[in-house]
Ligand binder design. Structure first.
Ligand code: NAP
Length: 167
């Protein structure tokens, strides 16, 4: 008999045509439409990032969100506005409907616990040093088109947004 998988985390990522997600510990692009989407999905939620991603936003916590960071360093290193993630919080954070925000180490760490993955595909090839190298295989994930947005005054790069759900 097949049991329904327990509810897991949601996750969100934006990637380019080569699955690039970062360069020099920042995003390779400025795409305001995607930032608006990111905010809409994660606002008032609990969000979880790796220490390098926290650094990439200059340790500025995401506003109106509870911010957790993963680090192997002592808790004294955690900056104001951040909470330290530990594994004994996992079930509680899953049941709250928390979001994994990356980066790549953290997507990999939580991959088996992610139930829904929101993916923005940016129609451009950027110079990157961090690549999303996890696979949404057809046998494990259902892919659903969510929306698309063309060039705007603020960005030359059209985007498509997809929802991946664990089967
Ligand atoms: N395009 C997107 O949607 C998106 C989203 C997020 C991030 N990014 C980009 O991705 C890049 C950063 O990603 P990254 O993979 O290099 O770094 P990351 O995943 O953000 O952070 C890695 C850090 O997380 C901590 N960590 C990893 N595994 C851990 C574990 N098992 N337990 C506790 N702590 C653990 C370690 O911190 P300590 O060294 O302190 O122990 C490690 O150095 C940046 O370029 C960023 O802009 C892109």
């Amino acid at each position: 008999m097949k049991f329904k998988r327990k509810k897991g985390f949601e996750a969100i990522v934006a990637m380019d045509e080569n699955r690039g997600i970062g360069i020099n510990n920042r995003l390779p692009w400025v795409v305001p439409m995607d930032l608006r989407w990111f905010k809409k999905k994660t606002i008032n939620k609990t969000v979880i990032v790796g220490r390098l991603t926290a650094e990439s936003v200059s340790w500025k916590p995401f506003s109106k969100r509870d911010n957790y960071v993963l680090t192997k360093q002592e808790s004294s290193e955690i900056r104001d506005g951040w909470l330290k993630y530990s594994d004994d919080l996992k079930q509680e954070l899953i049941s709250r409907g928390s979001f994994i925000l990356g980066g790549m180490h953290i997507y990999k760490l939580f991959w088996d616990d992610i139930e829904t993955f929101w993916v923005t595909e940016i129609a451009h090839k950027f110079t990157v040093d961090t690549v999303f190298d996890l696979d949404f295989s057809d046998t494990e994930w259902a892919k659903e088109f969510v929306s698309e947005h063309g060039k705007t005054n603020q960005s030359d790069h059209p985007i498509k947004i997809y929802k991946y759900s664990r089967l």
